[in-house]
Design a protein around this ligand. Sequence first.
Ligand SMILES: Nc1ncnc2c1ncn2[C@@H]1O[C@H](COP(=O)(O)OP(=O)(O)OP(=O)(O)O)[C@@H](O)[C@H]1O
Length: 597
Amino acid sequence: MTIELWETDDPADARFALGASGLLGAFNRAGVLTAADVHVAARTADLVGELSEEVRLAVALAVRAARHGSVCVDLASLAADGESGADLPWPDVAQWQDAVAASAVAAQSVVRVDEGLLYLDRYWREETQVRDDLVARLAADPPPVADPARLHESAERLFPGEGYAEQRTAALAAATQATTVLTGGPGTGKTTTVAGVLALLTEQALAAGDRPLRIALTAPTGKAAARLQEAVVEAQRADRFDDDDRARLTGLTAATLHRLLGWRPGSRTRFKHHRGNRLPHDVIVVDETSMVSLTMMARLLEAVRPETRLILVGDPDQLASVEAGAVLADLVGGLRERAPETVAELVTTRRFHGTIDRLAQALRAADADEVVDLLRAGAADVELVDPGDAAAMAALRADLTGHAVGVRAAALGGDPAAALAAAEQHRLLCAHREGPWGAAHWNRQVERWLAEETGAPVGATWGHEWYAGRPILVTSNDYGLGLFNGDTGVVVQSGVDPTELRAVIASGEPLTFAPSRLGDIETLHAMTVHKSQGSQARTVTVLLPPVDSPLLTRELFYTAATRAQERLRVVGTEDAVRAAVATTARRATGLRRRLLG
Ligand SMILES: Nc1ncnc2c1ncn2[C@@H]1O[C@H](COP(=O)(O)OP(=O)(O)OP(=O)(O)O)[C@@H](O)[C@H]1O
């Protein structure tokens, strides 16, 4: 294992810290630390009069770790990894750890050392709080069940027979305890279980003669929240639910976690609801929990009342949040040992019966030979394209261009629903944002092909950023407009004049805006795998980066592959496929271990 470095041929690269000398300078020039890591560490150390170079290096490595999604840094293993890969002046580990523990930065709580792991104070406090809140929830009495006989009877009705046994057990667990982590891959029946649990709980509230249950459905992104809401409503249409169940559950709406907690202007990490002003709900269901960062989990747990039933739903094999932490995987790992009854795992796939499902299972099992065999099997729903195969790449180009042309034709027709449907057919997913395998490059590429094919000068290279048929992705929440990070849409021509353009965003009822009203928007001919989390498309093309990419991991491949509902095309060499399967995204966190203690 080698330490991940940034590389550049440009001596003026902004990541070089001007004037950095000594250890910080050496680690910056080697590409371990960026200028930002160095400056943050130097400033913080200056504030408390910390002069030791070794300690300043440790602080900078903790800052760097957070940038890479880790909550803390294990100096010993980092130095051991680094020594095998880069010729760097690593301090003697034992002495270094002692120096950090005895330092002014530790004494002033700028950093914390816990079981050999070094944390920036903020993350240590958040991790401690998540652990303490969870442990307190586990220790408290379970919420009361008004009519246990009725609960079991209704569970048999809503989850009948052997086919629903796994979900029935999970639902009864979630209905009878305060905290449940419901995990499973795509299509394993998580939403069906959630819909059933809500029916069970609303019925129990009625049996107890209580006021109607207050239920919150939530997810980290607007797109995921909207999907949860639709899926729960859809699940209740099944015959197993009777009219009374449906009547008690009418009007359920889902909101993003930010909105549920009460977003406050000017702060991304502080909310209206907190320990002193808790959320009023009796049941809170969080979907796509793998995307929840440590910070958001801390904010959520402090705002949840002890007696509220909390159901955390997600797939721990997916990529973790863009921000620091790997909370869902840590919760599953830690709680499985500490309180196994709180982890309900669904393992039987209900939706796919094809190669995509088998591929997802092989990826979870890290079985590289099976993954390669499935990709090469010539199945109708899964295909592997070798980037060195000119004919196959030409076919890929024709396909991507054909899709873009189809979206443009629908958008020129001025029918928002048709344009949206065309745009939602296919997703091109990239590991990186920048570079030859990045989303930015492929967005430009598809726009160029579209322009060539149609003769219309569209796209950023022509200076026509807004054009009919431009698929778009919303990249931040805009509560005023009702737009959420992750929302997707397309630009349509709304009149005879080609300059009359409207942006249509997919929602229950499509939302229409003048393009000038939209702020944070990206073109969506291609998107990063990270941003695709929480959404699916019928056909998905995944561009695997080359073998040496630090982003090439099993979690990335699994997340990308499971976005596909009907067809999956993977563009990459066999070596890249094998490297992805063999590499897991390593994030340093202490939560799993601390949950055991
Ligand atoms: N026990 C079951 N037997 C047969 N079909 C089921 C069962 N449970 C769920 N299904 C069906 O399987 C499909 C997937 O279920 P569901 O949407 O609940 O899964 P999910 O895990 O939430 O999926 P995803 O996370 O991919 O959205 C649905 O069409 C649902 O009706």
